[in-house]
Design a protein around this ligand. Sequence first.
Ligand code: SF4
Ligand code: SF3
Length: 540
Amino acid sequence: MFCFQCQETAGCSGCTVSGVCGKKPDVAAMQDLLVYVTKGLSAVTTELRFDGKEIEAYVNEMIIVNLFTTITNANFDKDSIIERIKNTLATKEELIRKVENREVLPEAALWKGTEADFEAKASRVGILSTENEDIRSLRELITYGLKGLAAYAKHAAALAHTDVEIDAFLQRALAATLDDSLSADQLTALTLETGSYGVKVMELLDKANTETYGNPEITKVNIGVGKNPGILVSGHDLRDLEMLLEQTQGTGVDVYTHSEMLPAHYYPAFKKYSNFIGNYGNAWWKQKEEFERFHGPILMTTNCIVPPKDSYKDRMYTTGAASYPGCTHIPGAIGEEKDFSAIIEQAKKCPAPEEIEHGEIVGGFAHAQVLALADKIVEAVKSGAIRKFVVMAGCDGRAKSRNYYTDFAKGLPKDTVILTAGCAKYKYNKLDLGDIGGIPRVLDAGQCNDSYSLAVIALKLKEVFELNDINELPIVYNIAWYEQKAVIVLLALLSLGVKNIHLGPTLPAFLSPNVAKILVDNFGISGIGTVEEDLKNLIG
Ligand code: SF4
Ligand code: SF3
């Protein structure tokens, strides 16, 4: 196997024996093949669009869910991946008949193997099948950005928000990563275009979330526990959470969020459920210890799954693109009502969660809420009470080197405010960093996709301060990444013209020296140094 798509890749170069995440070589191979056939299907749909034909919604959905399935820590279940490959090949066979000019199609679009061929084929179509390291680097950078884009498109689709333009781009760009005639310059341009569609997809998801659940508002979230048995919901899918909350009404079972589901508490629509108790635990990587102590069932709606311990495996469930062998998968396609009764019945027989923390945390600073406070914020900037905003959005992870972010947050001067989104926040959201004239020093906008809110806030401030360039704002970027959703967030920020982003704890292994140089020369991207050095460089 060879995989280097996440920040924790072995030796900062590539997982070759087994994934640091727990992904085994046979699963990695099927994921490689799934990406390959999805690119093949995308080449077919792109050609059909070129012929003026429309692509049906189920095909667009298949492509986004396939990509989501291959995101780090989403799906460890070989059988479900094989099923997806077969369905993708069948759909592609159906569509290819309608293509007028088949000679232009790449090999991935023409290949039609059966399950017996999958393993051999997978070994020939992985990342290393592209020999030139710069072309490989750009192809993977685009592919990972598209995986993140697909994940966000899937969440929007679950709330009946789709955009044919985004689907068409996603498929065209996927197909382009198969095209040997494209130069490094053309692929670099496509990378930036991917970022601009990243902005569009996050905007679409923001619209889907806020039209369905209202605008996030300042909210105190309980981090303690109640006395009833509970279900813990993790991942990013708000629609799954909503269905579960509906189905648990009157059952005596409480619902808690974990990791990236925390921001659900900020939406007005979820406040009406009296059994929606609070947030339990921390970022994804602490789940072994926290899931054990939760005592009740856990529903993983997306990444990040840590291979479960036997002690709680029988109460861990997956749904959507997420799956883990041996854990019950709750079926239901986009738009379908899911039946969570098995989880609720199991919960009733479980003891209440064990308290691991006590108190409250504050969040809900997405764009509408922050813009409602705009006068206060602008005044604080003008008076010098706020010297700088520090965007510390992104992912958390298990590497000890990530303690840098806790130390960095602690070391920031008291006239700075952290803007955050994504599970990176757990490195500092329980520190008592105080406030500036009533404005908390950590403003949490929500999930990683809500980094979009941070961009909206920055653009609004640029307008208020009548600046020509977003980089003239008193905002600096010190972003933590782990998986591919962070890749689309990064590309989106670059497409908006944001410069001098610090990216850590290490730079992506999939950036070849030349591609890294392009990012450094054009965007001033850099890694992180020591806390002291970076505080000095970023804050002065
Ligand atoms: Fe390794 Fe990350 Fe790939 Fe898992 S997702 S196999 S940890 S590079
Ligand atoms: Fe976290 Fe996996 Fe990326 Fe959505 S849950 S930010 S790592």
